[in-house]
Ligand binder design. Sequence first.
Ligand code: NAI
Length: 287
Amino acid sequence: MVGVKDRVVVVTGAGGGLGREYAMLLAREGARVVVNDLGGARDGSGESTAMADQVVREIREAGGDAVASYDSVDTEEGARAIIGTAVTEYGAVHGIVNNAGILRDRAFHKMTAEDWEAVLRVHLFGSYHVTSAAWPYFREQRYGRVVMAASTSGLFGNFGQANYGSAKAGLVGLVNTLAIEGSKHNITANAVAPMAATRMTEDVAPPEMLAKLPPEQVAPLVGYLLTEECTDTGMTLVAGGGTYYRVQPFQSAGLRFEQTPSMDDVAAQWHTITDMTDATPGVNPVG
Ligand code: NAI
């Protein structure tokens, strides 16, 4: 059996939605969980201790072990405090789920720099800060598990989500490099793009679709990625409504020009360059 028993796991944004489900499952499986949540609104405004406290209460009432953390992921100090809570309360940190997130959807022509920055700050910078604060502990103990909350909006794009999609695609990029740098220290990093009915999606997807996407159906995948038994790394997975699958960039066979081509040469070969018929998994030619 795979497991997380006695592991110390930090789940950011665990005061509701998907994060709450991750925290509840991990606690049921015997992990000691830091339930972090700033307790603000969906757009990132406001804060309160109530959301994290409520989830901690539920976990404890069910016989689990959890502690609340109310710091924001979006600053270096906040992230250090979150990881500090794990270390102070439980003496270690073994896994992190970078799940905290906000939404400021607007068509690109209406998006303000503030909307752009606020979303990048929480998702991309926040995940960076928390991972960066945990990384020295992972290296020192030669063990760590990182899960990033990605999104199909980052992988494929979505109207009105230029800020959000960019942040989420950035997290996949971060995972790709963390997987490489973590490999010799037994640290894995993977991204999960969930699909679930939460306050974040309540007016984004139609109700009949949301009815088929209970958030608890995503949690076992995140839980598995946090186990010692799962050593796969650098993967991006999509999970929702009981369906789990992996997404990976592929590259076309393409062609090699013997001399620097003209733009007309590119146009003439466009079909061959972009044809994905014989595509293979993408690799970094300088990696
Ligand atoms: P949610 O709004 O219920 O959960 C996000 C949580 O993060 C909230 O409890 C919020 O208080 C917390 N949070 C926000 N800013 C924070 C900060 N600076 N520091 C600490 N906590 C903060 O939404 P949901 O759906 O549960 O989202 C969880 C993650 O999954 C997010 O990263 C989201 O982008 C991602 N996701 C969700 C999808 C879905 O279908 N629900 C689809 C794709 C991605």
